[in-house]
Write a protein that binds this ligand. Structure first.
Ligand SMILES: [Zn+2]
Length: 286
């Protein structure tokens, strides 16, 4: 099986993006993995600090490892882990890759913490990729009316160059008009001109688009053509799962068997992942 760095290299050369989906239940993970296998797409699955706490640290790793052992090319990411303790905990527990998100800290402190994580990861396993974050990504993984997306929070190309050189991160989460979650009363647009400048400033770094939920599909496609190699989806998957569950419980209120009332949610999650892998050009890449 190829390693995650090998898939990133392939994605960059062939101009497609690896899908990255968060989960917090075993059936959501199964939905992602089964669709990825059906579409012959390598895929990243992830838990944030909250999702990881709900499912259990070791249990999350064990679930993913059981799919990997069966031959599925899936990779587990610790998404937006914000402290040394939580990111180290994930690396020690067996996560394949981590995102140390110190973007809220002052720049110098972000550099110090991210560098420490990169050094720890490389000593542990040379295939363990570390993602850093630069520029402040607004919003949260939910449905929001409005989010204050300000150009002064966007990633600055020169700072990206300095950050990558000093920390050694292989992936970089950037802010260029994207925000976490789905925004209902405002249009979200990507600053593709800024993306071009960032690609030029850090040509050997894999750039990650967070907050893929709710963005116009055509802009996501253009961003991938310009050099984005990884797109994060969380809220749209949560929403598809929740809407199907709510409908099922309303339509069939006497149903008490989880694998029956969760059936439509499972299928809704699968459909969403199918659409996204297709949009990311990730089909048939195994
Ligand atoms: Zn994110």
């Amino acid at each position: 099986m190829k390693t995650l760095p090998e898939y990133f290299k392939q994605a960059k050369q062939e101009k497609w993006a690896l899908g990255h989906f968060n989960f917090s239940t075993a059936d959501q993970l199964r939905a992602i993995v089964e669709v990825a296998a059906e579409m012959k797409s390598p895929v990243m699955v992830a838990t944030s600090e909250g999702e990881d706490a709900f499912l259990g640290h070791e249990q999350t790793v064990a679930l993913v490892k059981s799919w990997q052992a069966a031959g599925y090319p899936i990779f587990l990411n610790a998404d937006h882990h914000k402290t040394w303790e939580s990111v180290k905990g994930a690396m020690d527990a067996g996560y394949d890759t981590v995102l140390i998100d110190a973007s809220k800290l002052p720049y110098e402190e972000n550099l110090i913490l991210t560098t420490k994580v990169v050094q720890y990861a490389k000593n542990k396993d040379h295939t363990m990729m570390v993602e850093g974050e630069l520029g402040y990504l607004m919003g949260e993984s939910s449905v929001q009316k409005r989010v204050d997306i300000k150009p002064e929070d966007y990633t600055k190309p020169e700072e990206a160059k300095d950050f990558v050189r000093k920390t050694g991160v292989e992936r970089l989460a950037i802010a260029f008009g994207n925000a976490h979650g789905i925004i209902t009363e405002q249009e979200e647009h990507l600053d593709l001109e800024l993306l071009k400048k960032i690609v030029k400033a850090v040509p050997n770094t894999y750039l990650v688009l967070h907050g893929g939920s709710g963005l116009p599909p055509e802009e996501v496609r253009q961003a991938i053509a310009l050099g984005i190699t990884n797109v994060h989806i969380n809220t749209e998957l949560r929403l598809a799962y929740q809407e199907a569950l709510r409908k099922k419980l309303m339509d069939d209120p006497d149903q008490t068997t989880p694998y029956k009332f969760l059936g439509p949610s499972f299928e809704a999650a699968k459909n969403l992942v199918r659409q996204k892998l297709d949009l990311f050009g990730a089909v048939g890449r195994i």
